[in-house]
Design a protein around this ligand. Sequence first.
Ligand SMILES: Nc1ncnc2c1ncn2[C@@H]1O[C@H](COP(=O)(O)OP(=O)(O)OP(=O)(O)O)[C@@H](O)[C@H]1O
Ligand SMILES: Cc1ncc(CO)c(N)n1
Length: 272
Amino acid sequence: MHIPPRVLTVAGSDSGGGAGIQADLKTMLALGTHGMSVLTAVTAQNSLGVQGAWELPAEAVRAQFRSVVDDIGVQAVKTGMLSSAELVETVAELLAGVRAPVVIDPVGVSKHGDALLAASALDAVRTVLLPTATVATPNLDEVAQLTGVRVEEEADMRRAAAAILDFGPRWALIKGGHLTAGPAGGEGGAVDLLTDGTEEHWLRAPRHDNRHTHGTGCTLASALAAQLAKGGTVPQAAAAAKDYVTGALAAGFRLGAGIGPVDHGWRWRGTH
Ligand SMILES: Nc1ncnc2c1ncn2[C@@H]1O[C@H](COP(=O)(O)OP(=O)(O)OP(=O)(O)O)[C@@H](O)[C@H]1O
Ligand SMILES: Cc1ncc(CO)c(N)n1
């Protein structure tokens, strides 16, 4: 009997199905793994923004985590929306006992600018959560919030990565999706930088400005966790994850009146 690699996401629910737990589980399935979830918060969310958010008690997070890890086991873990300092601390403590690779996506705000993490939780992210990471995957706004480094052009991403690595993750994957200026000052592609402070890997893809980009960050981090669960090095897993999110973004579709979701099933549908 074939048993697929097991991957756990610790994240919030996006009722619209494009980001959060829903994006994570769809990505994990699409990449051939068994996805499992620890829910941290429930959001009322759609293509227009976040209309409401409710956090779960720390005890519920702890219980879900123990249920999964103690019986089924995990070959990789990914974290997303953690909402508060209390949940960040709870999850960091749980992760300290895990031997599988851990991808920390330090989710701060949604694409629409709605806060998914309390400002009072930033310190716990820096001091207890990031040190548990095999790979940390901040976007440029999260880099600025966590380190004070403002990335205006590609070359600044090196300083951003160094500042993130100072908090203790093994690798930093700095997502340049919000960067529009290319190396020559013109329109750039979508460039991410993966580094452990020694090796440097630039992940480049064509930019798709089709507006249906809801869930790109969650999808990249989950794809990375799924690839790590299947085996291979961090640079190999990151390259495969970047391919998957680029295809999903290119196939993103119009839903609702705002920002539509990426298509997690693009490889099955053969849209690209
Ligand atoms: N318009 C785009 N075209 C191609 N790739 C993109 C585009 N926008 C983002 N990406 C890629 O998608 C991945 C996620 O990056 P992004 O910076 O959007 O993350 P994020 O802001 O955390 O996402 P989210 O808004 O879901 O939280 C990265 O690999 C990035 O380069
Ligand atoms: C629940 C949730 N997690 C993460 C994101 C990322 O933007 C989102 N929009 N919603």
